[in-house]
Design a protein. Structure first.
Length: 103
């Protein structure tokens, strides 16, 4: 299960709310999954990949964990924001404006 995620800017204003119903195929190409809002019963099969990922590699570890989990488990989306996530607009890893990271 994962919930919606409220993304906040450093000045305290809301950037947006990320709330997308689960679609395993879509998750391979789009960033709508975040482990901060993901809850699952712990099992040996639930682990982060140890492969190093650059900004160009998709899916990233958050998405990959949930996609792999969905192979054998039902994943449900709860469209209620339970997480406040601080967005760093100066991040060199994630391009919050939709552009490819350059750093």
């Amino acid at each position: 299960m994962y919930t919606a995620l409220r993304r906040m800017l450093p000045d305290g204003s809301e950037r947006d709310v990320l709330s997308v119903p689960f679609d395993r195929r879509r998750a391979a190409h789009e960033a709508f999954l975040d482990t901060n809002a993901f809850v699952a019963r712990r099992t040996r099969s639930l682990y982060f990949s140890r492969l190093r990922r650059t900004p160009e590699v998709l899916p990233r570890e958050d998405w990959e964990l949930v996609r792999r989990y969905a192979r054998r488990h039902e994943v449900r989306h709860v469209p209620r924001a339970t997480v406040r996530y601080l967005v760093n607009p100066e991040s060199f890893y994630t391009a919050w404006d939709g552009q490819t990271p350059t750093g």
